[in-house]
Design a binder for this molecule. Structure first.
Ligand SMILES: Nc1ncnc2c1ncn2[C@@H]1O[C@H](COP(=O)(O)OP(=O)(O)OP(=O)(O)O)[C@@H](O)[C@H]1O
Ligand SMILES: [Mg+2]
Length: 346
């Protein structure tokens, strides 16, 4: 028996409700195969006992049917926000009032499509019936007014709370709403963190299922200070398939580890190009980087998004692609990412 054989057997086990298998979801860890004996760990972020039992039962069955004799499976539970809040250490940061799940979208490098993923993830969650907000924390280059096509000064409520701007019934907040168009944004460190904590806790979000945080690019001090201030449910890391971007993924994963936040998955953006004339798929960057990185860091590769004119045009138009061209391939992929995230946090 070999690890390859084990992998191909495990690939037959689908995550309940998905067409994706447990290997590509990144759930399998610490594999050891000796002869007909196998040891492996299965990572769960879900607290749903029925899902867990179903997966464990199916793994056991395919391995037994495939010829393994001694099978030992270790369950590795990743703490969810719910679990974390039960045993919350008093030093850990507070959650945002009224918000059920806070998801950070991060990237090591700029320009990889983080804001595009953030707004489309939000739009897809909205389409799937959840109440959603987006907080653009990119104080140096706020993009939400452009990607959502709205420029409105937020109302200030009593006690100086800001009321989010709304579009498509999604609650929005961005420093971009508070600046005049051409004002230069030259903030010193202290200003940035003050501004950000105001953004995190002085916005009246009402009741939200999901708040998506669009972080500034990078994994340095600015980003770390940010993610330390608030209890996050999980993080999504956006990358392109190039090597440099992938090293940045690792730094991103390390940053979230420091603040005990699970990385829910990697999204590989601009992965391939589909020719609009002939439908041919071509890899423009070296391919498969996200796969390798996700296996190495044992976090799921949630999706690969094509480099696509529709994505770009929707961005320019100020509409999330999920609303603008819902039938497009990339929009469908965003819908799947949203479903996966909803499953991973529940
Ligand atoms: N899959 C894609 N296909 C085509 N264009 C894309 C795709 N993803 C993003 N873009 C375009 O690339 C540009 C950068 O994307 P975006 O602003 O989302 O990146 P970002 O990581 O948030 O950048 P920054 O680091 O500046 O915040 C935008 O013009 C966007 O429309
Ligand atoms: Mg951005």
């Amino acid at each position: 028996m070999s690890e390859d054989k084990l992998k191909s057997l495990l690939q037959q086990v689908k995550y309940p409700g998905f067409s994706k298998d447990v290997v590509s979801f990144g759930l399998i860890q610490n594999v050891k195969v000796i002869d007909k004996d196998v040891e492996l760990g299965v990572k769960f972020s879900s607290e749903k006992e029925d899902i867990r039992q179903q997966i464990l039962g199916n793994i056991e069955k395919v391995l037994r049917d495939g010829g393994f004799e001694k099978i030992s499976i270790e369950v590795i539970q990743i703490p969810t926000q719910k679990a974390a809040s039960n045993s919350r250490d008093p030093a850990s940061p507070p959650s945002i009032p009224g918000v059920k799940y806070t998801i950070a979208v991060a990237s090591g490098k700029g320009g990889v499509g983080k804001s595009t993923v953030a707004v489309n993830l939000a739009a897809a969650l909205k389409e799937q019936g959840h109440s959603v907000g987006i907080l653009d924390l990119d104080v140096f280059g706020p993009s939400l007014p452009i990607t959502m096509g709205i420029m409105e000064v937020p109302k200030v409520l009593e006690a100086n709370k800001l009321l989010p701007v709304k579009k498509h019934d999604i609650s929005l907040m961005s420093l971009g709403f508070l600046l005049t168009e051409s004002a230069p944004v030259i903030w010193r460190g202290a200003m940035v963190s003050k501004m950000v904590s105001q953004f995190l806790f002085d916005v009246n979000w009402g009741e939200l299922d999901y708040l998506i945080l669009d972080l500034p690019p990078g994994t340095g001090d600015v980003q770390l200070t940010l993610v330390q201030q608030v209890a996050l449910t999980g993080a999504v890391i956006v990358t392109t398939p190039q090597d440099l971007a992938l090293k940045d993924v690792e730094r991103g994963a390390n940053m979230f580890e420091k603040v005990n936040t699970p990385v829910l998955g990697i999204v590989e953006n601009m992965s391939y190009h589909v020719c609009t004339n002939c439908g041919h798929r071509s890899q423009i960057f070296s391919s498969g980087g996200g796969d390798k990185e996700s296996a190495r860091l044992s976090v799921p590769l949630l999706a690969k998004i094509p480099l696509n004119e529709d994505v770009m045009r929707a961005g320019e138009q100020g509409e999330p692609l999920v609303f603008y061209i819902p039938e497009s391939e990339a929009a469908q992929i965003f819908m799947q990412i949203a479903e996966q995230i909803h499953t991973l946090v529940n």
